[in-house]
Design a protein around this ligand. Structure first.
Ligand code: DC
Length: 229
């Protein structure tokens, strides 16, 4: 197994630290990091700006056609862009977080995002985080990790992240949003959040990022030695 060509799929619940883990792993092993959730967030922001989604989450069917003119891509340092505009900050807002799950449950939105993910991952060498990467997008990924952590730990992480960005969320709202997203993500018809049969579970409720990376290194070494036998 050539490490520089592998695909590492990192899936799991919201705010389990998937992106911090995936980013660190990418740096450690010289791979490209791709945040699939950012693309769903970008589509949601676009739908909001085009007035194609109402406050009660009703999505205008026009979104399907509108995607034809959405130029969504990653720019320098893996930041998300719509055309020339960096939208990294906007896609992390509470407003986008509140509406992203219903948008990402639409089959045509998933196809739009999957096409981009397949193009990015075509030649390997990537760490991709999301909900369905190991089970659906890249079922042949060499390494699949399914991340989880307790609800309280996850809500606290999300809360701290938002406060660090200058927002003033209520812990209660953060917890409600987390539970709602978990529910929608796990129960939608198309490609729900699921652990691939061959994924390894990583519960990081009480782990540091260093310990998580050491755990993955062990996993990769194990796979390498098995293949070499
Ligand atoms: O990882 P995140 O919280 O930024 O993801 C935002 C939303 O996108 C999340 O509610 C579920 C959805 N998502 C998905 O359905 N499939 C993926 N592969 C990644 C994200």
């Amino acid at each position: 197994m050539d490490i520089s060509k592998i695909i590492i799929a990192v899936d799991g619940y919201s705010s389990t630290g998937k992106s911090s883990f995936a980013k660190t792993v990418a740096k450690e092993f010289g791979l490209l990091y791709l945040d699939s959730g950012a693309l769903y967030r970008g589509v949601t922001l676009f739908a909001q700006e085009e007035n194609l989604i109402s406050p009660d989450n009703t999505i205008d069917t026009e979104l399907r056609n509108a995607l034809g003119r959405l130029d969504l891509h990653f720019g320098a340092e893996g930041k998300l862009y719509i055309g020339e505009r960096c939208v990294e900050k906007q896609i992390r807002s509470m407003e986008v977080s509140r509406q992203v799950s219903p948008v990402s449950a639409l089959a045509y939105v998933r196809n739009f995002v999957d096409d981009k993910l397949h193009a990015f991952g075509a030649s390997g060498g990537v760490v991709m985080d999301g909900r369905d990467i190991g089970a659906t997008v890249f079922p042949n990924a060499e390494i699949k990790v399914f991340m989880t952590a307790s609800e309280q730990v996850r809500a606290r992480r999300r809360y701290d992240e938002m406060v660090a960005k200058g927002e003033s969320p209520l812990m209660e709202d953060v917890l409600d949003n987390l539970r709602e997203r978990d529910y929608i993500d796990s129960h939608r018809e198309v490609s729900p959040l699921q652990k691939a049969d061959d994924a390894f579970t990583l519960d990081n409720s009480d782990m540091s990022i260093r310990e998580e990376v050491a755990w993955l290194r062990g996993l990769i070494q194990g796979k390498l030695s098995i293949r070499e036998c």
